[in-house]
Design a protein around this ligand. Structure first.
Ligand code: FAD
Length: 467
C-alpha cells in the first residue's frame, strides 16, 4: 500500500499506489462501473467525494438538493464501510482537490463515471494532467443508456426532435446489463477528509426540511425498494394514469436518478424483466419517459449553457416586461388564486417534487400568464426540487417556454383551469395541497387567464419576426 506522499501526478512510478474512485452523480455501489474497475484492478481502493461549490463549470445544488445530497452521501458512506472502504470527503475546486489527492497518495489509477454538462471540461483537464503524470485515468458510461456521441442523425449531428431521437436509440445496441457491486474492497490507507456535517448541506436556521423528511428516505437501499414496489404495483397502470396528479401512479424515481442511487440501466433492465402481458404498455411508456431523460442529457451535451441561454436564439428577442416581484412571489408560494398552480407550488415547497403534468402547468402559467422570464422559474425549481437536475430542469423549462429542443410551440398556452378539470376531475390533488380551495379564504386569481394569454401571444409575435 502506497504512502508515497511525494510521488504523485508528476512523479512517474505509481505501481503500488491506490486506485481512486471519484464519486459524483453516482451515489451507489451497484452498477457503478468506476467502483467496479477500481475493485477489479486489485489495488487498494480510495473512495472520494469532492464538494465543489467553487468551480465555475459546476452549478452548485440548491437547498432541497443539498438536503438530499447530505443523506445520500451518508448512505453511500455506510454502504462502502460495509464493503471495507471509507468515503473520504474533501471540499474545494475539483481540479485542485483531485490533483492534490493524486500527488498526496501516489495514486496509480483514478476512475469516475461521466458527466455531460460543462463540468466535463474539469474532468477532461484532470484526465489529461493525470495521464501526463503517469496515472491511469479512465471514465465510464454509467448515468445514460446511450452516450451522446453514439446517437447521431444521418448527417452526423445531434437530434433536435424527440421521436426520431428515441427511434435511433432503440435501433442502437441495447443498453448494457448492470454490473454487480464488488463484494469486498481492499481499503487504501486513510487520508484526511472533512466530516459530512461540516459541509453544511442541511438547513439549520430555519430547518425547513420537515416535509422532505416526511416524504423521502434518500439512499441506495430505499431506492431499490421503491423501484421494486413501482414495478410490482404501479407500472401496469402507468400509461393510463401517469397524467393524473391525484393518483400515485408514477415511479417518483427522479431523485434516485438525479443522484445516481439507481442507474438508468438498472431501471431499464428491471422494467424489461418485469414486463408481461398485463403491464407491457406501462413498461414501454415508462421506458420512453427514460428516453426523455436521455434526450435532455444529449441536449445538455450540445448546449452546456442551456440553464441560462435560449437553445433557439431567436427567443433572445422576447420582450419580457419588467419583473413584478409580487407576482413571482405569489407563484413561488402557491398564492396565485389558480388552484392547480397553487397546489403544485405547495407540493413542491413541502415535498421537493411536483407531478410532471403540474410542472408543465405551473411553468406555463409563470411564463405565459405572468410573462416572467423562464429563467426565474427554472432557478426556483433548481432551489426547491430534490430532483433538480442539470439536464431535465432547464430542458423542460425551455420546452415549456418554446425556446428549447422539440419544444411545445409558444402559442400552446396551457389553461390551468381546463387542465384541472381534465386531469384532477374530482379535485383530490388540489384539495390535498390547497385545503382552503372553495372557501372565502382562497384568494381571487391574480391575473385574468384569457387577457394574459392574449398579451403573451402578442409578445410572441416579436419572436416570430426575429431571425
Ligand atoms: P416518471 O413518470 O415515473 O418517469 C420516470 C423517469 O423518467 C423520471 O424519474 C425522469 O427521470 C424521466 N422523465 C419523466 N418525464 C421526463 C421529462 N419530461 N423530461 C426528462 N425526463 C423525464 N425532472 C427531473 O428529474 N428533474 C428536474 O429538475 C425536472 N424539472 C422539470 C421542470 C419542468 C418545468 C417540467 C415540465 C418537468 C421537469 N422534470 C424534471 C421532468 C418530470 O417532471 C420529472 O422527471 C417527473 O415528474 C419525475 O417524476 P417520476 O420520477 O415519478 O416520473
Amino acid at each position: 500500500m502506497s504512502e508515497r506522499g511525494a510521488g504523485g501526478a508528476g512523479g512517474g512510478a505509481h505501481g503500488d499506489g491506490p486506485a481512486v474512485v471519484w464519486f459524483r452523480d453516482d451515489l451507489r455501489v451497484a452498477d457503478n462501473p468506476a467502483l467496479r474497475a477500481a475493485a477489479d484492478s486489485g489495488r487498494p481502493v480510495l473512495c472520494v467525494y469532492v464538494w465543489d461549490d467553487r468551480s465555475p463549470e459546476v452549478r452548485a445544488p440548491g437547498g432541497a438538493a443539498r438536503w438530499w445530497l447530505h443523506h445520500s452521501l451518508h448512505s453511500l458512506a455506510e454502504r462502502l464501510e460495509a464493503m471495507g472502504a471509507t468515503l473520504t470527503i474533501r471540499r474545494g475546486p475539483a481540479e485542485q482537490v483531485i490533483g492534490g489527492l493524486l500527488r498526496e497518495t501516489g495514486t496509480a489509477a483514478v476512475y469516475w463515471n461521466r458527466r455531460y454538462g460543462s463540468e466535463r471540461r474539469i474532468d477532461e483537464r484532470i484526465k489529461t494532467a493525470a495521464r501526463e503524470g503517469g496515472v491511469e485515468a479512465s471514465s465510464f458510461g454509467a448515468n445514460l443508456l446511450f452516450e451522446p456521441w453514439t446517437i447521431r442523425t444521418g448527417q452526423g449531428g445531434p437530434f433536435s426532435v424527440y421521436t426520431p431521437f428515441w427511434r435511433a436509440c432503440l435501433a442502437a445496441p441495447a443498453p448494457r446489463k448492470p454490473v454487480a457491486a464488488p463484494a469486498r474492497l481492499t481499503p487504501a490507507s486513510r487520508i484526511d477528509g472533512e466530516e459530512l456535517e461540516a459541509l453544511g448541506l442541511l438547513p439549520t436556521h430555519p430547518d425547513w426540511a420537515g416535509g422532505l423528511r416526511e416524504t423521502w428516505q434518500p439512499g441506495e437501499r430505499a431506492a431499490h425498494e421503491q423501484l421494486r414496489r413501482f414495478l410490482a404495483d404501479d407500472v401496469a397502470a402507468y400509461a393510463d394514469d401517469r397524467d393524473l396528479p391525484g393518483v400515485d401512479a408514477t415511479s417518483r424515481l427522479s431523485p434516485r436518478l438525479r443522484w445516481g442511487e439507481l442507474s438508468p440501466h438498472q431501471l431499464w433492465h428491471a422494467s424489461a424483466t418485469a414486463r408481461d402481458r398485463s403491464n407491457a404498455k406501462g413498461v414501454s411508456t415508462f421506458q420512453s419517459e427514460l428516453g426523455w431523460r436521455e434526450f435532455a442529457y444529449h441536449t445538455l451535451y450540445e448546449h452546456p449553457d442551456m440553464a441560462t441561454v435560449n437553445i433557439h436564439r431567436r427567443y433572445d428577442a422576447f420582450p419580457w416586461p419588467r419583473l413584478h416581484p409580487a407576482a413571482l412571489h405569489a407563484w413561488q408560494r402557491g398564492r396565485t388564486g389558480i388552484p392547480l398552480v397553487d397546489a403544485g407550488m405547495r407540493e413542491l415547497w413541502h415535498s421537493g417534487v411536483m407531478h410532471n403534468r403540474v410542472r408543465m402547468v405551473t411553468a406555463s402559467f409563470l411564463i405565459k400568464n405572468l410573462l416572467v422570464d423562464w429563467r426565474h422559474g427554472e432557478q426556483w425549481f433548481w432551489d426547491t426540487l430534490v430532483d433538480a437536475d442539470p439536464a431535465n430542469n432547464p430542458f423542460n423549462w425551455q420546452w415549456v417556454a418554446g425556446s428549447g429542443a422539440d419544444a411545445a410551440p409558444y402559442f400552446r398556452v396551457f389553461n390551468p383551469e381546463l387542465q384541472r378539470e381534465k386531469f384532477d376531475r374530482q379535485g383530490d390533488y388540489v384539495r390535498r395541497w390547497v385545503p382552503e380551495w372553495d372557501t372565502p379564504d382562497y384568494p381571487e386569481p391574480i391575473v385574468d387567464l384569457a387577457e394574459t394569454r392574449r398579451a403573451a401571444l402578442a409578445a410572441f409575435d416579436v419572436v416570430k419576426s426575429a431571425r
